[in-house]
Design a protein around this ligand. Structure first.
Ligand SMILES: [Zn+2]
Ligand SMILES: [Zn+2]
Length: 275
């Protein structure tokens, strides 16, 4: 299986790190995880058409992870998608998708009528909402989902992907979390979010101490992520969802290595990892 990092950024704009999104693929199957800002452009860069995606999995409904959902759907139609979209996400996904489709309904109807394309299946969206824990099979990929801790977000998930005795774990957005340490055990690759300590300490009128504290408090600090990886006993640790997106790479590697015992891979947009 292959993991492609499509977007390794966060809500703050950085033209080198697009919004959170990842692609997990085998020869037969491709699954998109989250659809942050710029996902369709990044898909095109790795020569993947949104028309071919088998399913979209959403970690949670924070805007940075779902903001390009409509762009994904509409561009898949323009790319001649001839099958429905299967979307798996937390409680609230059905309502969210319904509202988005509603917002663009008039424009879409006019466009469909005028452009007369042969299929409108791309607009047929089948949403499945997660329970607390579960397993889903998409062709040759087995996916396990589990709750992580991104409070006050009530429903945020991490994922395991299994393919030919290999395991990939994706943390989603979370603070250090027992479920991740439990379900991620002995994974081949742990893709984990990180909040980089010491890079964002500037307190300003807009970014108060309280704001900074609260943002830190629902993410995993760079001084913690190596400890999490050690407990998980992953073979490789790949970091993503960098807050902030501009930082000293060497410093980050050293901090994490101290706890993990091995150097982490600093994720970059378009990086491909074979698992
Ligand atoms: Zn989030
Ligand atoms: Zn996020």
């Amino acid at each position: 299986m292959q993991l492609t990092l499509l977007g390794t950024g966060c809500p703050k704009v950085n033209h080198k790190r697009f919004g959170p999104s990842n692609l997990v693929s085998t020869k037969k199957t491709s699954i998109l995880i989250d659809c942050g800002s710029g996902v369709t452009q990044r898909l095109q860069e790795v020569k993947f058409s949104s028309a071919d995606i088998n399913a979209l999995f959403l970690t949670h409904l924070h805007s940075d992870h779902v903001v390009d959902l409509y762009q994904l759907i509409i561009s898949s139609w323009h790319s001649y998608r001839t099958k429905p979209w299967k979307i798996f996400g937390p409680k609230g996904t059905k309502k969210f998708v319904k509202k988005i489709m509603e917002a663009w309904k008039d424009e879409r109807i006019q466009r469909i009528k005028y452009e007369q394309r042969s299929s409108i299946e791309a607009f047929n969206i089948i949403v499945t909402e997660f329970n607390r824990y579960g397993k889903i099979k998409i062709n040759d990929l087995k996916i396990e989902y589990f709750l992580v801790d991104h409070k006050p977000v009530k429903y945020a998930y991490g994922f395991n992907f299994y393919y030919q005795r290999k395991k990939l774990t994706i943390s989603g957005d979370t603070k250090p979390c027992e479920n991740l340490m439990k379900y991620g055990q002995l994974t081949d690759v742990l893709l984990h979010e990180v909040f980089i300590e010491g890079e964002k300490d500037k307190i300003t009128k807009m970014r108060t101490k309280k704001t900074l504290h609260n943002v830190k408090n629902y993410h995993t600090l760079s001084t913690m992520v190596g400890k999490v990886a050690r407990i998980v006993r992953c073979k490789k640790l790949v970091l993503t969802h960098f807050v902030p997106t501009w930082f000293n790479e060497k410093k980050l590697i050293n901090v994490v290595k101290k706890d993990f015992g091995k150097s982490p891979i600093i994720g970059k947009d378009l990086l491909k990892i074979k698992i």
